[in-house]
Design a protein around this ligand. Structure first.
Ligand code: DHB
Ligand code: FE
Length: 292
């Protein structure tokens, strides 16, 4: 059976790609954010996950305002990066795991999540940059991927409660996948940021730190928020928190032991955003490592 060994949440600001391309990881502006990934690299090297299930929000690359699925899953052999520009070097294509994708789709539809199934997906910075942060150096990706997209662009957005329930079913789906694979979950986006309107540049450190505390010990509290409360407290793009909520619910519901925080960092600003990274592991992972 597949095993979820842990989960990572991270901000996904496009200028991270520019900083990588220009080798600015140790500049004072970027250092605290990039250094947050050193413990992640050690954790990945020890756990060697086979598949990353990447829960993120497409920013209009695949799904535009005319047709916007609330939830969508990719089921392709490969996913190509086709980001919005910035002159970033083109990344190598990402391998898919179509068998896992279809298993998740079957499970979710059977459990009343009528998600959009996508046999082609182009991936944007919300997918590619967390992968580049996890596996720096531009080598071939050592991991397959499943993209899971949550609409955080075109209102009405799914409620945090709905995303929490989706995450629970994603966790159960993965845990019932009959292949001996180790899975890492990602939730990408946030934390607080607003890119437009009179509050452009809005960051709310106090709320971000509250969210991180709830991610650790009380993720249900995040499901209690309304979309309007998130926008008020975290800015209009702070709704990307939905991806974190989904990831955390999946980690818990997979039933693979207790969920423990391994590492976290909060640093402001990165671009216009409260830059946050959190790494969690399940106690099931420790048992799997001990058995190897
Ligand atoms: C920024 C943050 C995002 O999440 C995004 O998708 C685009 C830009 C920013 O802070 O600049
Ligand atoms: Fe974003």
């Amino acid at each position: 059976m597949a095993q979820i060994i842990g989960g990572l949440t991270t901000s996904h600001v496009p200028s991270i790609g520019k900083a990588i391309a220009q080798g600015q990881q140790q500049d004072p502006y970027w250092k605290p954010f990039f250094d947050a990934f050193h413990p992640v690299h050690g954790w990945l090297a020890r756990g060697r996950p086979d598949v990353a299930v990447v829960i993120y929000n497409d920013h209009g690359l695949n799904n535009f305002l005319d047709k916007m699925p609330t939830f969508a899953i990719g089921a392709a052999d490969h996913y190509h990066n086709a980001d919005e520009g910035w002159g970033i070097p083109v990344l190598k294509p990402f391998k898919g795991d179509p068998a896992l994708s279809w298993h998740m789709i079957e499970h979710l539809v059977a459990h009343e999540f009528d998600i959009t199934m996508c046999q082609e997906v182009q991936v944007d910075h919300a997918f590619t940059l967390p992968m580049a942060l996890m596996y720096p150096g531009g080598r071939d990706w050592p991991i397959a991927t499943v993209p899971v997209m949550i609409n955080s662009v075109q209102h009405p957005l799914p409620t945090p409660r709905r995303c929490f329930k989706l995450g629970q079913e994603i966790g159960k789906a993965i845990a019932s996948f009959p292949a001996d694979k180790k899975i890492v979950l990602l939730g990408t986006g946030g934390l607080s940021h607003q890119l437009d309107g009179t509050r452009a540049g809005f960051i709310n450190k106090e709320f971000d730190l509250w969210c991180m505390e709830k991610m650790r010990h009380d993720p249900e509290a995040l499901a209690e928020l309304s979309i309007h409360e998130i926008i008020e407290n975290a800015g209009s793009q702070g709704v990307e928190l939905l991806t974190w909520i989904t990831m955390r619910a999946a980690l818990q519901a997979a039933g693979q032991g207790e969920v423990r925080e391994v590492h976290s960092t909060y640093h402001i600003p990165i671009s216009n955003t409260g830059g946050a990274v959190m790494l969690f592991e399940t106690s099931g992972r420790a048992q799997a490592l001990a058995a190897e």
